[in-house]
Design a protein around this ligand. Structure first.
Ligand SMILES: Cc1ncc(COP(=O)(O)O)c(C=O)c1O
Length: 427
């Protein structure tokens, strides 16, 4: 969808820049894609809420009967406050982590959530806390692919889950502490290519199928998340039909091996939310460096959003399409532009990439100070990963409803918000 500059100006006049703009229709389309992929009574989608935990989005998920994967005590509490029911039968909110941090163990116990164990010692911690309910075990199957190497979620270099050859030991420890293993889980990452996702999911389903006989209390297996979003070719997204067929056939084959119906779960994050939100920023200046013996000169568009808002380019060299709003159809010759933010960090640049994450200027219509830039597909791991670095408050989030109405769903953080937790309590 193209963004109307007068709408963006109207919002900017109200909330300032930068801001996040959610498009409800795009989110609902992605939810309906997932509902289509999982359209079978024994296939259940969850939402990996870490990707975008705002209540408004959680309520959309709940309204579509999408369950939740939470990774911290506070994420689980957010889901409960958004209206999800506590309890493990059915486990609407599943708690997945490698470490029980802060309130996590208490939240799991108090709300009877299904814990998805990512490290063997978590069984001992649960037992020590007096827990004897059902558990899920997150397995590291030894293979997988993240969208970048640091996001690799399966294999010897991944910190996630219980290494596959330790699975039976962990199961015995759980059972001797009175806990039944009701779910086996793995999240193997998407990788950039659809075929690789398909092959990895199929391989994982086969491994689970071979295990189910040894887990008599099993009621579900989860293939995790990792359905990719194509950030570079936005018009070319993964085909949903083959994933529908894949999930149905995995559920049937795993159930046939178990001789009873087992639930097959998936828990994407990015796929639901990535295209539903755009980060809008304003150009404040244009400036130039000149080529010298150290390297090539560049034209910098200095904008008011930085990696405190959208960290993915600085963190992973991730690509987000950038548009100069109102100039999409300009006849002027486009120029190579580096888009950089306000932070006191030279890495605060949105146009980076390559093996050394060097500057990668983008061919754009030359922006002027005052123009708005749109950083597309910022809904997943966007606001969710934003920070207060440089004491810049988090930017507001605005919701565009299908009928054109607008709502501020979180306001800009103020200095009072930032200072509220500081004190001088003696201990
Ligand atoms: C356990 C688990 N499930 C699901 C996801 C969601 O992944 P994605 O957003 O790529 O679908 C993640 C992401 O890191 C994860 O760790």
């Amino acid at each position: 969808m193209s963004l109307d500059v007068s709408l963006i100006r109207r919002i900017a006049d109200k909330v300032g820049t930068p801001f996040w703009l959610y498009d409800a229709s795009v989110l609902r389309q992605r939810i309906s894609d997932i509902l289509f992929m999982t359209d079978s009574p024994h296939v259940q989608p969850r939402f990996a809420m870490k990707s975008c935990p705002i209540t408004k989005v959680l309520k959309e998920m709940k309204g579509s009967n999408v369950w939740i994967d939470a990774v911290s005590g506070n994420e689980a509490l957010r889901a409960l406050r958004a209206g999800y029911a506590a309890g493990n039968n059915p486990p609407l909110v599943c708690f997945t982590a490698d470490v029980f941090r802060d309130n996590a163990l208490d939240v799991v116990m108090e709300n009877n959530l299904l814990p998805n164990i990512g490290s063997p010692g978590m069984i001992r911690q649960l037992a020590a806390a007096g827990y004897s309910g059902p558990v899920s075990i997150r397995v590291n199957p030894g293979f997988g692919h993240g969208h970048v190497n640091t996001c690799d979620t399966g294999g010897p270099s991944s910190k996630h889950g219980v290494w596959h050859s330790d699975l039976m030991t962990v199961k015995s420890v759980a059972e001797s502490a009175g806990m039944q293993v009701v779910m086996l889980h793995a999240h193997i990452g998407s990788g950039p290519q659809y075929q690789e996702l398909h092959d990895n999911l199929t391989r994982l389903a086969i491994e689970f199928r071979d295990l189910v006989k040894q887990f008599p209390a099993l009621t579900a297996v989860s293939l995790g998340g990792g359905i990719p979003h194509n950030y570079r070719q936005r018009e070319s997204q993964i085909p949903v039909e083959p994933l529908h067929e894949l999930f149905i056939s995995c559920q049937q084959r795993i159930s046939a091996a178990a001789h009873r119906e087992l639930r097959l779960e998936i828990e994407p994050g990015r796929y639901y939310v990535a295209p539903s939100c755009t980060l809008i920023t304003r150009v404040h200046d244009l400036k130039q460096t000149q080529t010298n013996e150290k390297g090539r000169g560049a034209t910098f568009a200095m904008v008011d959003a930085g990696f405190v808002d959208l960290v993915r380019p600085a963190m992973y060299g991730s690509y987000h399409q950038i548009e100069v709003l109102g100039k999409e159809k300009s006849n002027d010759e486009p120029e190579q532009i580096v888009v950089a933010g306000p932070l006191c960090e030279s890495g605060d640049v949105f146009t980076r990439g390559g093996a050394d994450e060097e500057l990668q200027p983008r061919l754009l219509p030359r922006p002027e100070p005052g123009d708005f830039l749109a950083l597309r597909d910022a809904g997943a791991y966007g606001y969710a990963m934003s920070s207060n670095y440089n004491s810049i408050g988090r930017a507001p989030q605005v919701w565009l409803e299908a009928d054109g109405s607008l709502e501020i769903i979180s306001r800009r953080e103020t200095i009072e918000d930032l200072l509220r937790i500081e004190g001088s309590e003696r201990i």
